[in-house]
Design a protein around this ligand. Structure first.
Ligand code: XMP
Length: 331
């Protein structure tokens, strides 16, 4: 760790001057990168989004972002990323629709760890292929934030878990170095910087979404049919949470495809559809989590809406298990 990094580390925890931070960081990126090129993997999450806009402000067209749609994204996610970052900000963004390729690789696989490995491994391959197409790119951008560093056990802190947002990205493509413009910020500070940069509120305030995406929320084999049902059910739940202003009460809330089918009835006819689970948790550090006490009327309304409007789903259960013993994600 060099002197400048140590100084910035010492500032962590003090109230961030957002404007000054943006100005200094843009200068720091320019000083580090010069007229060389940077490649950034964008996930649509807060950290990589803020990172992208900061890098774009600093080096403009010398930044290329790659967004890989692995088929396990939430409803409209790829479309929104394109609209905002390519449309609004004019960022050089390559969107790779790789759903078919990912699902083909994951065909028949039901073991959770195996599924994760396949998604992670394929992600790296797609990313590498895109990087090669671009020719020489000197730097790899990363949306690493301060808790990632702490959790990975750097700077005298004990490792809690291997930080998995960026852990799997290729190191052997031949990058000269890393650019990590939000490395010393906490999540709320990243959000404040994002807001000041003009990233829409709904994107800046987004809940964390795991790298493997819906793959860890879709039990059993990953199929387009199941993922599409899950996407729609998840959207209904998140939308209702926002409309009822309950979204600020939970750090994470989402739907899960259980892979269990049960009998139901719709329009006087028998159905045989999937059971969807819903989960809302409150947590400060994601190591422990409590169940958010959603109003029962609200829960039954969501259940009914999912079971009646989402084709292929006909029953909803509510996950009321804290972490531990359960994890936040189902897989
Ligand atoms: P668990 O399920 O372990 O999740 O209680 C704790 C937090 O980590 C997120 N999570 C992940 N994030 N890649 C990520 O980027 C992953 O593979 C992954 N698995 C879990 C989870 O959403 C929660 O915020």
């Amino acid at each position: 760790m060099n002197k400048a990094e140590k100084e910035r580390l010492a500032k962590v925890g003090k109230k961030l001057n957002v404007k000054a931070y943006i100005k200094n960081e843009i200068e720091a990126i320019r000083a580090q990168v010069g007229d060389k090129k940077v490649l950034l993997a964008m996930s649509g999450g807060v950290d990589s989004s803020v990172c992208a806009v900061l890098l774009h402000k600093a080096i403009g067209k010398n930044l290329t972002c790659v967004f890989v749609d692995h088929g396990c994204m939430r409803l409209n996610e790829a479309k929104e990323v394109k609209q905002i970052f390519k449309g609004k900000f004019g960022i050089n963004l390559i969107c790779v629709s790789a759903e078919k390729r990912f699902l083909e690789k994951a065909k028949g696989v039901t073991d959770p760890e195996q599924k994760r490995k396949i998604i992670g491994g394929e992600f790296v391959r797609v990313f590498e292929e895109e990087a090669k197409k671009l020719g020489k790119v000197e730097f790899l951008g990363q949306g690493t934030i301060y808790p990632d560093i702490v959790e990975s056990g750097v700077g005298g802190h004990k490792a809690v878990k291997a930080h998995h947002n960026v852990g799997g990205l290729p190191k052997d493509i031949g990058f000269e170095g890393l650019v990590e413009p939000v490395k010393y910020l906490y999540k709320d500070e990243v959000r404040a910087v994002g807001k000041a940069l003009g990233i829409p509120e709904y994107m800046v305030m987004r809940q964390p979404f795991p790298g493997p995406g819906l793959a860890v929320r879709c039990m059993g084999e990953l199929t387009k049919e199941k993922l599409d049902i899950l996407r729609k059910a998840d959207f209904v739940f998140r939308d209702e949470m926002a409309k009822a202003k309950l979204d600020k009460k939970a750090q994470q809330f989402f739907a899960i495809m259980t892979n269990v089918r049960t009998v139901g009835v719709k329009n006087n006819a028998r159905t045989y559809g999937y059971v969807i689970a819903i989960r809302a948790v409150s947590t400060s550090q994601f190591v422990k989590a409590g169940v958010v006490e959603l109003p029962f009327k609200f829960v039954t309304k969501v259940a009914e809406k999912i079971a009646t409007t989402v084709k292929g789903a006909n029953r909803v259960v509510w996950d009321i298990t804290p972490k531990p013993p359960a994890t936040i994600e189902w897989e």
